[in-house]
Design a protein around this ligand. Structure first.
Ligand code: SF4
Length: 281
């Protein structure tokens, strides 16, 4: 039976993007191809917050004990190998059972499934069909992959998803948080227009850029040009940087205005004001 290494599995309100406000099960897989240590740092500098946490790792008993960070990737524990032991490898049967336990009425109704990370389209693509075909997942109608947009769908998984959507009349979304230079990742590694355009052959795809400064917004405009040139037709969202409220409230209004002025959409991060972005929210 297929297994997936799971950093978090919880039920909450989707705080970002197209499904903002929708009750959702979040399946956070372990592993990412990036580190995004530039978020919240002066351009060219990288966060070292997680190094300090890793030095104190013996103080923490579980994933949920780990501190939140205000710089770098706010879901660092879902990919940093130093924290891998907090993420168990679970069978799809165990995952489906756990999902059934945490959703209201213990069966899918209006809830939406978010497969996030880390980067959920790394090697786990081979395990998702077993999960989605599990009898306890039969009532699921909508699924979003929260991806950084660098991972091509395997031919097998692409075909599976197309058939899952077509024959079961289901909705698939790719929420693509493409990484701009403020993340600390290199442009050529992070901006992959052909890969994102291909997601549109499977379902709805949109771009969601995390920004803080005018330079970030200029970078987003440049990236959107590259995606459009490749034939990408989906919506564009701007979302304020800030995994902690003190950072998030510094620029959310400016980001909303910047999105409005370009005819783009604004994405909040509802989990920050509502739940302080704690683990499991
Ligand atoms: S791509 Fe996402 S999960 Fe991966 S390091 Fe960057 S922000 Fe974190």
């Amino acid at each position: 039976m297929s297994k997936i290494k799971i950093a978090e599995l919880f039920y909450s309100i989707q705080g970002e993007g197209r499904y903002m406000g929708v009750p959702s099960v979040f399946l956070r897989t372990f592993g990412c191809n990036f580190t995004c240590a530039g978020f919240g740092m002066p351009r060219g500098e990288l966060s070292r917050e997680t190094n300090e946490i890793a030095h104190r790792i013996h103080y923490y008993k579980s994933y949920n004990d780990l501190p939140l960070v205000s710089t770098g990737c706010d879901s660092y524990a879902s990919w940093d190998p130093r924290f891998k032991d907090f993420s168990p490898m679970l069978t799809v049967d165990a995952i489906a059972n756990r999902i059934t336990e945490i959703i209201p009425h213990n069966e899918w109704k209006e809830e939406h499934l978010v497969i996030t990370g880390g980067e959920p389209l790394l090697g786990w693509q081979r395990a998702y069909p077993d999960l989605l075909d599990h009898p306890k997942m039969a009532g699921l109608k909508e699924i979003t992959f929260e991806t950084n947009g660098t991972q091509q769908l395997t031919p097998e998984f692409k075909k599976y998803l197309q058939e899952w959507a077509r024959w079961k009349n289901r909705e698939i979304t790719f929420s693509v948080s493409a990484k701009l230079p403020c993340s600390g990742e290199a442009w050529d590694d992070a901006i992959k227009p052909e890969i994102v355009r291909e997601y549109e052959e499977v379902g709805t795809a949109y771009l969601k850029f995390v920004v803080a400064t005018e330079q970030d917004i200029a970078d987003a405009e440049c990236a959107v040009g590259a995606y459009r040139s490749a034939g990408f037709t989906g919506h564009v969202y701007l979302m304020p940087v800030g995994g902690v409220e003190s950072v998030y409230i510094l620029n959310n209004k400016n980001v909303a205005i910047a999105a409005m002025n370009r005819g783009w959409r604004y994405s909040d991060r509802l989990q920050v004001p509502l739940f302080k972005n704690e683990w499991g929210t």
